[in-house]
Design a protein around this ligand. Sequence first.
Ligand SMILES: Nc1ncnc2c1ncn2[C@@H]1O[C@H](COP(=O)(O)OP(=O)(O)O)[C@@H](O)[C@H]1O
Ligand SMILES: [Mg+2]
Length: 448
Amino acid sequence: MRPPLPGSLRLRFLLAITLWVVLGVGAIWFSAVGIFRTHVERSYHEELEVHVRELGRLTALAPDGRIVLTRPLSDPRYEEPLSGFYWQVTADGRAPLKSGSMTRGSLDEHIAHSPEILHTLDNGPTGPAITYGFTRTGPRGEDIHFVIATDQRELDRLVNSFTRDLTLWLVGLGALLLATGLAIIGFGLHPLDRLSRAIGRLRQGEAVELEGRYPVEIAPLAADLNAYIRQNSDMIARARVQAGNLAHSLRTPLAIITDEAERLAERPDSAAAGQVLLDQAGAMEQQIEYQLARARSSAGQPASGRTTRLPDVALPILKAMERLHPGKHFRLAVGGCSGTALPVDPVDYAELLSILLDNAGKWASAEVVLAFTCAADGAITATISDDGPGIPAPELARVFDLGVRLDPAVPGSGLGLAIARDLAATLGLRLDLTNRAQGLMAEVRFTP
Ligand SMILES: Nc1ncnc2c1ncn2[C@@H]1O[C@H](COP(=O)(O)OP(=O)(O)O)[C@@H](O)[C@H]1O
Ligand SMILES: [Mg+2]
C-alpha cells in the first residue's frame, strides 16, 4: 500500500481512525486498571478482616499467663520470614506474640484501640502496610491488641502485573484495529482510485471517456464529466466544420473580387486602387487557405482519447515525401521508441510531421532525417533535420507568422509553419526551430 499523500482523503481517514483507536483503547485501559484496582483492594481488605478475626479466635491465654495460639493461622504466608504478611498480639504485662514472618520490627498496637475492627495504612516491618486491628478485654480487665498487616507492595505487585498484561493486550488490539481500519479505508476509497486511473487513461489517450461503474456518491460526477467531454469535443468538431464551411463559402466571392481587381489594375486610371484590392484579396485568400487546412486537420475527430503509435505514424508520410521530393533521401531513426504510444491525436500529429518534413524536403540538399527519442521521464521528441541552408537567425521567430516566406524562388504559401505552430499548441507539444552547423532542425517535444 502506498503511503498516503499530504492533503489526501486517505490521510484524513487514517488520522481520524488513529485518533479514534487511541482514544478508545486509552479509555479502556484507564477504566480497566481502575476497576481492577478497586476489586483487588476490596478482596484484600475482606481477606485481612477474615484473618484478623481468625487471629482473635485462635488466641488463648496459657495458665502461666503467656499469650499462645491454639493452632497456626490457616494462611502459611504468616510463617514465612519477611513475606509481607504479619500479625501481632500484645497485652499490658504480658510478652507479645508475633507471627513467624516478623523476624524484625513490630506493628503499631495503637491501631487496635476498639473492639470494632479498624484499618489504616501504616509502616510495617517491610514498608507501608495495610493494617487491621481490634481489641478485646483480658481476664484482668487489660486490653489485648490484635493487629494484622499486609505490605502495600503486594497489592501494587498484583495491580502492576495486571496492568502490564492489559497494556500488551491492548497494544495488540490497537494494532489490529488500525490494520483493519487501513483495510477499510482501502476498500472504501477503491472506487476513487479507479476513477483516478480512468482519468489517467483519458489523459493518456487510451480512453475516450471515463470507463467503469461507480458508487452512487460519485457516479453523477463521472457521468457529468463524460457528458462534458462529449459536449466539448462535439463543440470543437462543429466549430471546425463551421470554420471550414465559412472559408469555402468565401472562396467564390473572393475569386470574383480578385478578377474584378485585376481588371481595375490593368486600367491606368484605377491601377493603384486595383493593386490595393489585389493585395487585400491575396491576404484574404491566405486566411481562407489557412482556415481550410486547420479544419481539415482534425475535423470530426474527438478532441481527446486517441494515441499515436511510433514510428508507424511516420511511415506513410515518409513514403509520400520521397515521391514529393525526388532526389532527396528521407531517413528514419526510431531510437528506443519502437511501439511507443504518444497520447496525442494521430491525424494532427501526422499533419504536423508532414509540414516539417515537407519544408525539410524542399530545402535539403540531399538528406532529411526524422529521429524519435524517448526519454526515461516520458518525454518523447521528434526531430526533423535537413542539410539545407537553414534560416537566418533574425528570421527564426518570424517564419511562424502567417504568409511569411523567405525564399520566393521556392514555391509555397507561407502557411505551413503557421499551421504547424497552431497544431503543436492544440496538441500540447513544444515546437522549436534551430540552425545546425549544416541545415535546419525542427524539434517537436512531448512532455508528460
Ligand atoms: N527546413 C527549412 N530550411 C530552410 N528554410 C526553411 C525551412 N523550413 C521553412 N523555411 C523557411 O520558412 C518559410 C516559411 O515556411 P512555411 O511556413 O512552411 O511556408 P512555405 O513552405 O509555404 O514557404 C519558408 O518560406 C522558408 O523560407
Ligand atoms: Mg512549407
